[in-house]
Design a protein around this ligand. Structure first.
Ligand SMILES: Cc1cc2nc3c(=O)[nH]c(=O)nc-3n(C[C@H](O)[C@H](O)[C@H](O)COP(=O)(O)O)c2cc1C
Length: 214
């Protein structure tokens, strides 16, 4: 028999390490990066790349792909396809998750909503429960995905994922946002995002999930 116990406020350290199972040694945090866009030239995927540069060696970055997930339907709850099982397994192994969402028609993009559905079902097997999440988003428009992010926050609240509240990242994207290496070109924006990354790691530490006792 195994007992699964979700502990909050324990385990993680802001140096980006967490205790290995049963606290014997520390390992780097596993931070998932999930783009809500499946476009090959996505600015939100590019934003995640730039955040990866800022995070550097501080954590293991785990890309979470959602483009191969089929459209979720309840019939799948009796037997998830391989791709969904693998996706859920990947999310289950994370210490924290950063989601970059585009805004489509003043709402959450369908591909991202679909990924939430897969992660949340069947009932009782919600992989987002207790997972600390940071939300960012980029758009060429003036409100920088604010409406999509609000919807995402609401969904994640229902799924019991603690989301970083402040600072919010509503990035108005410009063509010159990145340098040729994919880093944020503007010093002010880079500083702002670096401060966000600090807050995100503190958030992951405070809400560190998962001591699994076998
Ligand atoms: C179907 C569709 C709807 C869109 N609706 C919005 C919107 O409501 N708000 C917004 O700021 N941008 C909107 N845009 C523009 C997107 O912000 C822009 O295409 C952006 O590049 C999408 O992010 P991505 O490159 O990561 O896919 C829309 C784009 C598409 C294709």
């Amino acid at each position: 028999m195994s007992i699964m116990c979700w502990t909050h406020r324990s385990g993680g350290a802001e140096d980006g390490t967490v205790p290995e199972m049963l606290g014997r040694k520390r390992r780097p945090m596993r931070i998932g990066v999930l783009s809500g866009s499946i476009a090959s030239d996505s600015i939100n995927t590019a934003l995640l790349g730039a955040l990866g540069h800022i995070i550097g060696e501080r954590a293991e970055i785990v890309p979470i792909a959602i483009s191969t997930l089929p459209l979720y339907g309840r019939d799948a709850d009796t037997g998830h396809p391989e791709v969904a099982v693998a996706y859920k397994e990947l999310v289950r192994g994370l210490d924290g998750l950063i989601i970059a969402t585009p805004e489509y028609n003043r709402a959450l993009p369908a591909a991202l909503k679909n990924a939430l559905e897969w992660g949340s079902r069947p009932w009782g097997e919600n992989v987002f429960a207790g997972l600390p999440v940071g939300i960012v988003g980029a758009s060429p428009g003036t409100i920088g995905t604010a409406l999509a992010q609000q919807q995402l926050r609401a969904g994640l609240a229902f799924l019991d994922a603690p989301t970083l509240a402040q600072p919010e990242v509503y990035l108005r994207w410009r063509d010159d946002m990145l340098d040729s290496a994919g880093r944020i070109a503007d010093a002010g924006t880079r500083e702002f995002l670096s401060a966000w990354v600090e807050r995100f790691f503190a958030h992951v530490t405070v809400h560190a999930r998962a001591a699994v006792l076998a």
